[in-house]
Design a protein around this ligand. Structure first.
Ligand SMILES: *[C@@H]1O[C@H](CO)[C@@H](O)[C@H](O)[C@H]1NC(C)=O
Ligand SMILES: *[C@@H]1O[C@H](CO)[C@@H](O)[C@H](O)[C@H]1NC(C)=O
Length: 345
């Protein structure tokens, strides 16, 4: 047991990188680069957060769009039914590091304000999608941690206008403790065309939609693959995504409209990913996309907090779990997972 704990300690060592962010996003196959947290390189529709670490606590204002999220420069075109692809990244060019917990997607109208200027305080969010465990008992998030992207097709009857798409990973590897859940919200600014007229039948606010004691946020049975998972944030709205699915990893790093190279390698992982990726992979060139950068407002907000805030809190080495044989295989899985993460770095 001691040696297992010791190994586990070593395996978890590169903790500075053990968090992540939404690295890039595609609308109907057109990729847009996101900025590495706290490292602004160019205009993006993804609101820039200032650290790869998680949002903690259900009353945190950063639950809106992520840690100290800044308004983004671009509002990119989409339509009802458009396929939106999210590619998450880990810190330091690694893949997304966590594998336990759901993926949820919300939208909120920016109203009469351009989404590039929209303040999400008081935004009315409606949930369009949620995925948890797959039929094999593993979480979709496990595929994300292997480099997969995630596709959500927008609601069919979405009314035209500006919206924030709030796509969120809820990492629950520490959720056996109250307050252990890690929230990774992201906000992407889109302008919906077409002529839909749907209105959401219910909306929630952030913060407000979640409570630290919600069964899907504090979950002592989270590692019991037989347990029923209860999504937080209420049911999916009548304006629901028309489909969702895991996708091939993005085939490369999208570039910024200015032509600035994306600052860090994208999840290149999937060796055999070539076939499926519908992405216009090398849209590197002089892409002066059909987008409307309102203003490249955000400046590279200097060096605020460093990596210090995001060191991985190791799971309490729960001596109480000793009578659960399954616990050992879980530890082994974690070791294997981290070991491969280290060797692939
Ligand atoms: C609705 O919008 C679509 C796409 O813009 C267009 O093709 C269609 O003709 C419009 N329908 C009506 C009834 O305006
Ligand atoms: C909204 O509609 C969805 C889908 O029909 C339904 O599951 C949900 O319960 C509705 N919510 C409310 C508050 O009526």
């Amino acid at each position: 047991m001691l040696s297992i704990l010791f190994l586990s300690l070593i395996a978890v060592a590169p903790s500075v990188f053990a968090h992540g962010f939404l690295g890039q996003v595609a609308i109907d196959g057109k990729w847009y680069a996101g900025n590495v947290p706290n490292n602004y390189k160019g205009p993006s529709p993804i609101r820039l957060v200032n650290d790869i670490g998680p949002v903690k606590g259900s009353s945190n204002d950063d639950l809106m769009c992520g840690l100290s999220a800044q308004k983004a420069a671009m509002v990119v075109p989409a339509n009802p039914g458009s396929k939106v692809t999210f590619q998450w990244s880990g810190g330091g060019g690694q893949k997304w590091p966590h594998n336990t917990g759901p993926l949820m997607t919300y939208m909120a109208s920016c109203g009469s304000t351009s989404c590039g200027q929209f303040d999400p305080s008081g935004a009315q969010w409606f949930k369009i999608d949620e995925v948890g465990r797959k039929s094999d008992g593993n979480w979709y998030q496990m595929d994300i941690s292997k480099g997969a992207s995630f596709d959500v097709s927008l609601p069919q009857d979405l009314a035209p206008g500006g919206y924030l798409i709030r796509h969120e990973i809820l990492a629950l590897h520490l959720a056996v403790s109250m307050g252990g859940a890690e929230f990774y919200p992201s906000c992407t600014q889109v302008q919906i065309g077409g002529n839909g007229s749907g209105k959401p039948n219910a909306t929630v606010s952030f913060p407000g939609a979640y409570s630290d004691s919600d069964p899907g946020i504090y979950d002592p049975t989270i590692y019991d693959s037989g347990s029923q998972y209860t999504f937080p944030g209420g049911p999916v709205s009548n304006l629901a995504a028309t489909s969702d699915s895991l996708g091939a990893p993005a085939s490369g790093s999208a570039s910024f409209p200015s032509g600035t190279a994306a600052p860090s390698p994208s999840p290149s992982g999937g060796s055999g990913s070539g076939s499926g990726s519908s992405s216009s992979g090398g849209n590197g060139g002089s892409s002066s996309s059909a987008t409307s950068p309102t203003s490249a407002s955000s400046s590279s907000s200097g060096g605020s907090q460093g990596g210090g805030s995001c060191s991985l809190k190791r799971k309490k080495s729960s001596p109480g779990n000793n009578n659960h044989p399954r616990h050992y295989s879980r530890i082994m899985k974690r070791i294997m997972h981290h070991a491969t993460a280290v060797s692939s770095f």
